[in-house]
Design a protein around this ligand. Structure first.
Ligand SMILES: *[C@@H]1O[C@H](CO)[C@@H](O)[C@H](O)[C@H]1NC(C)=O
Ligand SMILES: *[C@@H]1O[C@H](CO)[C@@H](O)[C@H](O)[C@H]1NC(C)=O
Ligand SMILES: *[C@@H]1O[C@H](CO)[C@@H](O)[C@H](O)[C@H]1NC(C)=O
Ligand SMILES: *[C@@H]1O[C@H](CO)[C@@H](O)[C@H](O)[C@H]1NC(C)=O
Length: 350
């Protein structure tokens, strides 16, 4: 592939020389995947992806798979990145900087993302032009091999997962001394363990304008927006307690305390999206039928365009270009450089 591109470019150079085309060819670069310049671009791309993700978790950069840099007329460069990411345990609404978020352990069933990113580099400044991501969990077989007792991810709308979340949220609302009754925004993870029988759930919540008492009286409760908005993220372990022939009782472990982190007021992209589009099931959560909230649902589609490479490099240019008599060797050399890709894993391979 590399040599093919080099040949094509070389062919273009020779062709333009032979026919004396008025425009010099544009020669791309193929920096190494672990080049510090590329690492910097990846960090900027990752920040952009996290701040534009509407569901689920923040991701961290894990490995650069491929990189290509094309010159842009009249100035600047277009950078194409293919990068691998990993899910962290911070919800996208969490104000915790991603550097402080823990990468999801493989034993908790890790989730990997694949992102295609297109960036503009102009006067030393990077600008993200488009991103296209997709995320998927590690295979169940790999998880089994790693730890036979590890609980795999369940579909987010699986009845036991949903019951566990309902139980946990009810416990949080009943026992926590917050001023407001909280509603469910989205379920982000659910796993079952068999010995003992328990369900591990993670979910995002939002404060309504009702107190707990008003909510129990079935008052008209709405999620608060704007400056009154409050969001949170909860983790709970819910046990199944068999009760003879009667219905199973769900109990939150330990001591019926649900650990919810209530975030400081900070209304962003994902908050607005979740409250406006998914609360009250106006639009079903993308988790329905899936074990993860795919990053593919996370982006503003108007931004995630999928243009071809050539579209960025206009073939015809208005300003006159000086004909070149010979091919500049210095310009060919970069493409003959054997690119070192993919780069190293920052965390682990899955
Ligand atoms: C993030 O981690 C750094 C270094 O460990 C620490 O100084 C900082 O307070 C942390 N920030 C947050 C918001 O947790
Ligand atoms: C909550 O807000 C809605 C809409 O603004 C309003 O109709 C409702 O009465 C409020 N509920 C309470 C308990 O204040
Ligand atoms: C209320 O929530 C906080 C934060 O999750 C937790 O530390 C505290 O123990 C909870 N209180 C009760 C009574 O459940
Ligand atoms: C998507 O992008 C458009 C245009 O940039 C913007 O007006 C709109 O608010 C965005 N939607 C979301 C959900 O971010």
């Amino acid at each position: 592939m590399k040599s093919l591109i080099a040949l094509v470019l070389l062919g273009q150079i020779l062709a333009s020389k032979a026919t004396s085309e008025p425009f010099p060819p544009l020669i791309g670069r193929r920096p190494d995947c672990d080049d510090p310049e590329i690492e910097n671009a990846a960090k900027i791309a990752m920040d952009h992806i996290n701040s534009h993700t509407l569901h689920g978790y923040k991701h961290v950069f894990n490995r650069m798979e491929n990189v290509k840099v094309l010159p842009r007329r009249p100035t600047g460069e277009i950078i194409f990145l293919e990068m691998d990411t990993l899910e962290t345990n911070c919800h996208v609404m969490s104000p915790t900087p991603v550097e402080n978020c823990t990468v999801r352990a493989r034993t908790e069933h890790a989730v990997e993302g694949d992102c295609d990113v297109k960036m503009l580099l102009l006067e030393g400044q990077y600008k993200v032009l488009s991103t296209k991501c997709h995320s998927s969990p590690d295979s169940r077989e790999d998880l089994q091999r790693l730890c036979p007792d590890c609980a795999p991810l369940q579909p987010l709308n699986e009845p036991e997962v949903m019951n566990a979340v309902t139980t946990a949220l009810a416990e949080f609302n009943a026992h926590n001394e917050t001023d407001h009754h909280y509603d469910l925004l989205e379920i982000t993870r659910g796993r079952h363990s068999h010995m003992p029988r328990a369900t591990f759930v993670e979910f995002a919540i939002a404060a309504t304008n009702c107190t707990e008492k008003e909510a129990n009286e079935h008052k008209d409760c709405h999620v608060m927006t704007g400056e009154h908005a409050h969001f949170g993220f909860c983790k709970a372990t819910v046990f199944k307690k068999p009760s003879g022939d009667g219905p199973t009782i769900l109990m939150v472990f330990p001591d019926n305390v649900v650990a919810c982190e209530i975030f400081d007021k900070k209304v962003g992209h994902s908050h607005t999206h979740l409250t406006q589009h998914h609360l009250g099931k106006k639009i079903p959560s993308p988790g329905v039928g899936h074990t993860v909230l795919d990053l593919i649902h996370s982006h503003n589609n108007t931004l995630a365009s999928h243009e071809s490479h050539s579209a960025e490099v206009p073939a015809v240019q208005a300003s006159p270009v000086v004909k070149r008599a010979a091919v500049d060797v210095a310009q060919i050399q970069p493409m003959l450089h054997l690119q070192q890709c993919p780069g190293k894993y920052r965390h682990f391979a899955i």
